[in-house]
Write a protein that binds this ligand. Structure first.
Ligand SMILES: C[S@@+](CC[C@H](N)C(=O)[O-])C[C@H]1O[C@@H](n2cnc3c(N)ncnc32)[C@H](O)[C@@H]1O
Length: 457
């Protein structure tokens, strides 16, 4: 057993690779799965549960190495520039401050992310992630834990969620899941308000999870220099900050669980959560909305609630056809059998920084959805069929006299029994194909062509 591992209640969890529950071979406390033989790891006692097991650690290390190199290069370059004779004194002062702040941040990161975790720095290799992976969301740390403007922004976000969360939620005896918890503030504030038996704060960025854990669970404060490159005239300018949790609560923190995992293959058991929150997440999580809805439907307990809040600012390379609108998303939710409850649209200021004159406003769509208590899928006839659009719901049974004599078509047909979904059938046949093959698409194609052909006009 890994001593001090911050394990969420194990019934909520499963193996991210083979989906074995704790009864089927997944050993959360030992960070391994004896069913599929995947070994996992932890950093700073945060379980890191990725389908590729320990390879994920390697990917982080070969991304962190170049990031720290780049950082040192910037500090060295600025230190060289400081020696230039032609610098006016204001500029000299700014450069010196910049170097100092960069060093502060560098040292904090080195201490928290390297010295205290045992992560090693590796040179870039084929496993390295996009260079933006770690640096892209650093503003969230400042917004959540020090900027004055951030306090208001977070509070407004919390109020929008609370207005959509139905009371009473089982007298607090609930499990809450935050998808893409980022630097952690919103999920923590919600945890302090609802006092559930567990909040799982899931994010695939270990840096954000480590900071959140240090501030929330360990009650530490850390110093970071804000040197984002937009010093504007008349503004406060470069500054260093102490980041700390303004509402610490050691007891409540024990039931707030940071979890490093990728939503696209998350280690979460079905029917486990009473409340799932997706703040500023569904448009940036790298998978198409229908899959996210399907997962949420799967992880929610019958009667459970999903509250989303955030814009729809899809990022490249999301194809145009998958950049769904509000109305399309509502239709997918209805096709899944979940009930759309309420919605609101707010124009909100996003990530307003003290040393930045620009203001970004986003249209935030907050809605709540309920999974029906009876959880019986009430398939109705649509064209295209519901089960073909939302591939996690059961394909209805069909009796055919004749079928092409092809093993994959026969296997697909054998699995159509009124209970299995296209996703399930795809998982049954996927071993036959190379990992690049999109088996969901393949099963849809086979069903469309040979099993449930479209009605001819
Ligand atoms: C726009 S930020 C929002 C963070 C936080 N919810 C908030 O409101 O401040 C999106 C977050 O989702 C995380 N994220 C993106 N894709 C993810 C994935 N596939 N699995 C887990 N986390 C993901 C990012 O690391 C980031 O922290």
């Amino acid at each position: 057993m890994y001593k001090d591992l911050i394990s969420p209640p194990d019934l909520l969890m499963c193996c991210p690779a083979c989906k074995a529950s704790v009864y089927e071979g997944f050993e959360l406390g030992n960070l391994q799965c004896s069913r599929c033989n995947t070994d996992f790891f932890s950093i700073d006692n945060i379980p890191c549960l990725f389908a590729n097991g320990k390879q994920q650690k390697h990917a982080w290390e070969s991304t962190l190495g170049p990031m720290f190199d780049q950082w040192r290069t910037t500090i060295e370059q600025n230190t060289q520039d400081l020696k230039r004779r032609d610098l006016i004194s204001a500029l000299r002062g700014r450069l010196a401050t910049m170097i100092q702040l960069d060093k502060t941040t560098y040292n904090t990161f080195q201490d928290l992310i390297v010295n205290k975790t045992g992560l090693t720095m590796r040179p870039a290799d084929q496993n390295s992630l996009d260079s933006e992976f770690f640096s892209g969301y650093q503003s969230l740390l400042f917004r959540d834990w020090c900027w004055e403007e951030g306090r208001q922004e977070n509070n407004d976000a919390l109020q929008r969620l609370l207005a959509n969360i139905e009371e009473p939620l089982n007298n607090g005896e609930i499990n809450v899941l935050i998808l893409g918890s980022g630097a952690g503030r919103l999920g923590w504030d919600l945890h302090c308000t609802l006092k559930p038996q567990a909040t799982v704060a899931l994010d695939y960025n270990p840096i954000l999870s480590i900071f959140a854990k240090r501030l929330i669970r360990d009650g530490e404060s850390v110093r970071l220099g804000d040197t984002r490159p937009y010093p504007q005239s008349g503004q406060i300018g470069l500054q260093d900050y102490e980041l700390k949790c303004s509402n610490p609560d050691k007891d409540l923190a024990k039931s707030w669980y940071p979890l490093a995992a990728d939503v696209t293959s998350a280690p979460l058991n079905k029917n486990s959560f009473d409340l799932i929150i997706s703040p500023w997440f569904v448009d940036v999580c790298g998978q198409e909305m229908r899959d996210t809805i399907a997962q949420i439907d799967t992880w929610l307990k019958p009667g459970g609630q999903w509250v989303n809040s955030g814009p729809l600012l899809y990022m490249d390379p999301m194809p145009y056809v998958l950049r769904y609108t509000f109305e399309e998303i509502k239709e997918f939710i209805a096709l899944s059998g979940m009930e759309f409850q309420d919605e609101r649209h707010d124009l909100v200021t996003y990530l307003k920084a003290p040393n930045d004159n620009r203001i970004t406003q986003e249209e935030v769509w907050t809605f709540s959805v309920r999974k029906p208590k009876d959880n019986q899928y009430k398939g109705e006839h649509h064209e295209p069929p519901d089960w073909m659009v939302m591939t996690h719901i059961p394909v209805p049974e069909i009796k055919l006299e004749e079928l092409p004599d092809h093993p994959i078509i026969i296997e697909t047909y054998k699995n159509i029994n009124g209970k299995n979904s296209i996703n399930y059938i795809a998982s049954v046949i996927e071993d036959t194909f190379s990992p690049e093959c999109d088996c969901v698409e393949l099963v849809i194609g086979l069903i469309d062509e040979y099993i449930f052909p479209r009605e001819k006009n």
